[in-house]
Design a protein around this ligand. Structure first.
Ligand SMILES: C[S@@+](CC[C@H](N)C(=O)[O-])C[C@H]1O[C@@H](n2cnc3c(N)ncnc32)[C@H](O)[C@@H]1O
Length: 196
């Protein structure tokens, strides 16, 4: 049998499925498929290239379609619609996954402490609660728990209201490196690797 491209040029759609061996709750070895990447607070998935990437679990604590008043950036219609439609409803403070399940976690929690409840910013990014330090501490701990040893955590933080140093004090490890971006240079992208 020859393995290679068909002479008539027909190509099957590329579908990649990851198959692995796991233990179920009863300790039995099972074979299954699993996703390697977790976004535990995906919001509108704006930062993603492929918003339906098959390797990614997109989670958030809310599922809603919101239309809000927005006249920013010359938006003539005066309204904007945002779709927050995660694959699964989850809370990053208590993730429903086993230890070490993911290779990569992308953690982009809300960064605003003050914002109008009906504002476009709150609709888009969510808002931190009064226990935000405790919430983010738990979020970091959970992200690292579900990462495999040597797994990578990418953390995004905009320090318009809360300094990144205050937030990094809540993480159990230091980032390896980072990068600033955004129009005002206030958005930090930081990369951590889970120690073995
Ligand atoms: C900054 S936005 C994420 C934006 C997203 N990365 C994007 O590319 O569009 C933060 C998201 O965290 C969600 N969130 C807030 N608290 C959460 C929690 N405890 N668990 C899960 N998601 C949470 C909010 O609903 C909001 O959609």
């Amino acid at each position: 049998m020859t393995i290679g491209p068909r002479k008539d040029g027909f190509q099957l759609p590329a579908v990649r499925i990851h198959i692995g061996f796991f233990f179920n709750l009863h300790g039995n070895l099972i074979m299954g498929t699993r996703k390697r990447v977790l976004d535990p607070c995906c919001g509108g998935r704006m930062m993603w290239g492929n918003k339906q990437h098959p390797d990614v679990v997109f989670g958030d604590q809310r599922n809603e379609v919101i239309t809000v008043t927005d006249r920013s950036h010359g938006n003539k219609s005066g309204t904007r619609t945002l779709r927050i439609e995660p694959d699964t409803l989850i809370d990053f403070r208590s993730l429903p996954y086993q230890d070490g399940e993911f290779k990569l976690v992308a953690f982009d929690p809300p960064h605003l402490v003050r914002a109008g409840t009906k504002s476009w910013l709150t609709a888009k990014y969510g808002k931190l609660g009064s226990d935000w330090k405790d919430d983010l501490r738990k979020g970091f701990a959970e992200c690292f728990r579900v990462l495999s040893p040597d797994g990578v955590l990418v953390f995004k933080w905009n320090e318009t209201q809360v300094k990144v140093s205050e937030v990094l004090a809540l993480a159990p490890f230091d980032p390896l490196f980072g990068h600033l971006s955004g129009r005002k240079g206030l958005t930090h992208w930081l990369v951590f690797m889970k120690p073995i």
